[in-house]
Design a protein around this ligand. Structure first.
Ligand code: GLU
Ligand code: ZN
Length: 479
């Protein structure tokens, strides 16, 4: 790469940050990092009616959560209107753009006609041929013109780094509006001005923008500017192969965060939505992603958002051996969800409990849920578990729990080894299978039928709580 790489994302701040934008951001970020380039955030907020600062802030926050850091910006297009104005004037002077006085009514009528004749609607260049007198008369009536780019005859080809050469006949490209009659410039116009002024070398963005790219390329040509490289990223579809829906991944980053997905897992997962390093390597750190990322390996075919895969991947990250990291990710999550743990829940306890619990969880929300028996005295007993492990033979179960409790009282030390030893001895004496005691004990002390190994649970809970819970269980569930 001869020029220093400069890339950007240019989101419109009109809603929450979604998977598609997050993926575009990630690819641009990885590409910039890989080539020692610069990654820019530009907020495309010229549409004042739809843009909000909350949304712009949410985009910045979402990228921050993912650890996708930008080097320049955020630039706000709404603060650059004076710059755009100068370039409009230039286009008019050079004859590449013209004033259009057409009323919305006229345009709507033309569009209707086109529809009736089953042809695609293109602006008919009506205002291109206005005489000076006609123009003067519109001006005298106070009609504010829009400004359209004059698309010459011919065809345009641009080279896409993912899709190869793409050609379009100019008769299929509209003399698009660069500045609306209210003076607000349009996306296709300002995007080119800014990409040029900000010296973008590569434009990596969603495939939906290919038809816009022709308009933009023609604008670069009108100005006589160099055209950046384009790479249009594949669509992201739901598992049903349709547009992403709520059930299939069309959630905001904030929602994924709330469900307890880890930023590292999310980044890893997003990276594979349309790209792969080759082979079957799937779990990759950020450093590996930067190292392996290349535009050549971006797919042309649609990506499918596979929720199960995300869950699996998040589980893999939760199980990673770094307890320190897990602890801070969990605490960060609690904070983001405004959850405070009881004060007696120490970092020391969490460092012991989290790895055990994470082993069986897919998300931080599940981790939190599994912590419940250790944080609260208000156990809720799993109904099916009670049916299966207690009600079939309540008197025998109660008696076994009473005996085990006695053994636990007598232990000189209370930990996972001693509690296990005590249980093994007791079942041998009683001549019963281990499950006949293990299942009811788990149910009695955690309220649940699944969780970390029982004796780890007992140690985590501590003797007092275990004894208390064993004592009340039978009477409690019998009521
Ligand atoms: N504002 C456009 C969008 O959010 C930017 C597209 C582009 O990257 O040029 O889709
Ligand atoms: Zn017109």
């Amino acid at each position: 790469m001869d020029k220093k790489v400069r890339v950007r994302i240019a989101p419109s701040p009109t809603g929450a940050i979604h998977v598609g934008l997050a993926r575009s951001a990630l690819y641009n970020y990885l590409f910039a990092r890989k080539h020692g380039g610069t990654f820019i955030l530009r907020i495309e907020d010229t549409d004042a009616a739809r843009s909000t600062t909350e949304s712009a802030d949410a985009i910045i926050k979402g990228l921050g959560w993912l650890g996708i850091t930008f080097d320049e910006g955020p630039y706000y297009q709404s603060r650059r209107m004076d710059i755009y104005k100068q370039y409009v004037d230039k286009l008019i002077k050079t004859g590449h753009a013209y004033h259009c006085y057409c009323t919305p009514e006229r345009l709507a009528e033309e569009r209707k006609k086109a529809e009736a004749e089953k042809r695609a609607w293109r602006y008919d260049k009506w205002c291109l041929h206005l005489t000076p007198d006609e123009k003067a008369s519109f001006e005298a009536q106070g009609v504010k013109p829009a400004i359209r780019l004059l698309i010459p005859e011919g065809q345009t080809t641009f080279h896409d780094l993912i899709h190869g050469d793409i050609t379009r006949e100019h008769k299929d490209v509209d003399d698009f509006v660069a500045v609306r009659s209210n003076g607000i410039p349009t996306y296709n116009f300002v995007v080119v001005i800014d990409d040029y002024l900000m010296e973008m070398t590569h434009i990596l963005r969603a495939v939906e923008h290919i038809s816009n790219t022709f308009k933009q390329v023609l604008l670069y040509k009108a100005f006589g500017w160099d055209i950046p490289e384009f790479a249009h990223l594949p669509l992201i579809l739901g598992e049903d192969k349709k547009k992403l829906s709520k059930r299939h991944g069309a959630m905001s980053l904030e929602e994924f965060r709330k469900l307890g997905y880890l930023p590292d897992a999310m980044v890893n997962f997003l990276a594979l939505l349309g790209w792969s390093p080759g082979g079957d390597k799937e779990i990759m750190s950020r450093a590996e992603l930067v190292d392996l990322f290349s535009i050549e390996r971006i797919n042309t075919s649609n990506a499918v958002f596979d929720m199960q895969k995300l869950e699996w991947m998040n589980g893999e990250y939760l199980r990673a051996p770094d307890t320190e990291k897990l602890l801070s990710a969990f605490q960060e999550w609690l904070q983001s969800q405004a959850i405070t743990l009881p004060s007696e829940c120490s970092a020391d306890f969490l460092s012991k409990a989290l790895p055990l619990i994470a082993e069986r969880s897919r998300t931080l929300a599940e981790v939190y849920d599994s912590l419940f028996p250790y944080l609260s005295e208000d156990l809720v007993y799993d109904e099916k578990g009670v049916e299966k492990h207690f009600r079939k033979d309540p008197d025998a179960v109660k008696e076994r729990l009473r005996l085990y409790r006695e053994r636990l009282v007598a232990l000189s030390e209370f930990n996972k080894e001693t509690t296990e030893e005590a249980l093994r001895q007791l079942i041998e004496e009683l001549g019963i299978k281990a499950g006949l005691l293990i299942h009811p004990v788990r149910l009695a002390v955690t309220g649940r039928t699944v969780g970390p190994p029982l004796f780890d649970c007992l140690e985590l809970l501590g003797r007092d709580r275990v004894l208390a819970r064993l004592e009340v269980f039978g009477d409690y569930v019998e009521e």
